[in-house]
Design a protein around this ligand. Structure first.
Ligand SMILES: Cc1ncc(COP(=O)(O)O)c(C=O)c1O
Length: 489
């Protein structure tokens, strides 16, 4: 086994020396307060790091340089749409008129902010074809849950709440789909995928009855394929009184080209932090905006961001059938500012180009890698390609080993082992923002690794070697999260 040459940086606490100080704190000119008396129990001391300014600056600068992000390199993490977020988005979000708003300001003092939200809603209505949009949910999964809550309220309003207790989810779905359904109190039933990678319609027909509240379907699917029978699927579910939710995390493949609201869906979530280039946040602070047809409108989260009698921007709280708030205030307002900037910059001519280039780039990678990593389904893909590394198992190499070696060659790995139905799955989403040169460098690295897998599999199994941390026990890290430095360890 090769040893790693890159030293692991010390935590700042271990660089601390008693008495060192990195700033000049002015002498307080306010009266001394007895904190213990004011707030109850206090600690005698806190282990603050004591460090000079230069060492502090170096510490954080060095840490920032070992961080990998879209601004430093190619990030083909499938299903996550890690596209470049243009700097102009940040500039507008930082304008004092937006950044310094207080969420509790009176409605009359924020007409501009409401106009921004209306602007995004109008764009999204046009792009998706849905009647209504709300930006309250703060993550894609949160948007899924909000849609299911509205669907539940809809069935209840028709006296079918108790009878409809099942949500159908394809076996290729993102894990948040069944999780959202279960969180909403539904039983989850899985629908298989057929040999071509589409929803198995006969299997869907067999389980679709009056006990089903909704079918959650992802289009393009998590297999990177456009579901060709989507209208038939929606009709089948509607005939039995069910609702169809579209997981719109993959909207980057069809933005400006085709409108999911026209395909027969009743509601959908969009990840503004994917397709509309606002920053990603782990489970929020993103924006999982949702679109819906008018029959679900009464159940939307309140308040509605809408227009009054003479077109003035208003917040409508008079919503007796609403499912209530799903987040504080209006969701992540500065996400709306960033998304509006992006949407206005591209406009109706530019948006379809995003989808076309995203699809082109994914098909280019699929074609360049097909001899070393065959696609799970041999047909044109959408914005991501799903490849299998199963033939490398005979060399003792798994998809994860290929991904870890990729880190040493300077690339972020693709998504591994999702969708679960593809053996040794590698899910590659290049996005539209990458140049052909970058795609070629990535493909060259993948081809090199596949050769290494046959000839020198130790290199892969022990990767990464050139990073500050080596191979981590990921399952252990997730189950026993330990992010706190402790002095006595
Ligand atoms: C297909 C799909 N659905 C839903 C989600 C959930 O979105 P979020 O991470 O914003 O909660 C994701 C996230 O990656 C996804 O890829």
């Amino acid at each position: 086994m090769t040893t790693r040459t890159v030293p692991t940086p010390k935590p700042i606490f271990e660089k601390s020396r008693p008495g060192r100080i990195g700033c000049n704190i002015p002498v307080a000119d306010t009266p001394k307060v007895d904190l213990a008396a004011a707030v109850g129990e206090t600690r005698d001391s806190v282990a603050w790091p004591e460090i000079g300014e230069l060492d502090l600056v170096r510490h954080f600068t060095n840490l920032s340089q070992i961080n990998y992000g879209i601004d430093t390199g190619f990030y083909p993490l499938g299903s996550c749409t890690m596209k470049y977020n243009p700097r102009i988005n940040e500039q507008t979000a930082a304008l004092p008129g937006f950044a310094r708003l207080h969420p509790m300001q009176p409605e009359e003092s924020i007409p501009g902010a409401i106009e921004v939200m209306l602007g995004v809603q109008d764009f999204l209505k046009e792009i998706t074809g849905f009647d209504e949009i709300t930006m309250q949910p703060v993550a894609g999964a949160h948007g899924e849950l909000t849609c299911l809550m509205m669907i539940k309220a809809y069935h209840e309003s028709r006296g079918e709440g108790d009878q409809r207790n099942i949500v159908l989810v394809p076996d290729s779905a993102h894990g948040t789909n069944p999780a959202s359904a279960a969180r909403c109190g539904y039983k989850v039933k899985s629908v298989p995928t057929d040999a071509e990678g589409n929803t198995d319609i006969e299997a869907l027909r067999a389980v679709m009855d009056e006990t089903v509240a909704a079918f959650m379907v992802t289009n393009p699917s998590t297999l990177g394929l456009f579901e060709p029978h989507i209208k038939e699927i929606c009709d089948l579910v509607h005939e039995k009184g069910g609702q169809v939710f579209c997981d719109g995390a993959n909207m980057n493949a069809m933005v400006g080209v085709t409108r999911p609201g026209d395909h027969g869906f009743d509601c959908m979530h969009l990840n503004l932090h994917k397709t509309f280039s606002t920053p990603h946040g782990g489970g929020g602070p993103g924006c999982g905006a949702i679109g819906l047809q008018s029959h679900l409108e009464a159940f939307m989260p309140a308040p509605l961001v809408t227009r009054g009698a003479v077109g003035e921007p208003v917040l409508d709280d008079d919503r007796p059938q609403s499912i209530g708030r799903v987040s504080s205030f209006f969701g992540q307002f500065l996400m709306a500012v960033r998304a509006l900037t992006y949407l206005a910059a591209y406009g109706s001519d530019g948006l379809p180009e995003i989808a076309r280039h995203a699809v082109l780039n994914a098909n280019y990678i699929k074609a360049r890698l097909k001899d070393v990593l065959p696609p799970a389904h041999d047909r044109p893909c959408m914005h991501e390609c799903i490849l299998t590394a199963k033939e490398y198992k005979k060399y003792g190499v798994r998809a994860l080993d290929i991904s870890k070696r990729l880190i040493d060659l300077g690339f972020h790995p693709p998504t591994n082992y999702f969708p679960l139905i593809v053996p040794e799955c590698m899910m590659i989403e290049p996005t539209e923002t990458e140049s052909k040169e970058t795609l070629d460098e990535f493909c060259d690295a993948m081809i090199q690794i596949c050769t290494e897998a046959r000839e020198d599999h130790e290199l892969l199994i022990n990767a990464p070697q050139k990073q500050v941390v080596g191979r981590l026990n990921e399952a252990e890290a997730v189950k026993n999260l330990d992010v706190k430095w402790q002095a006595d360890r």
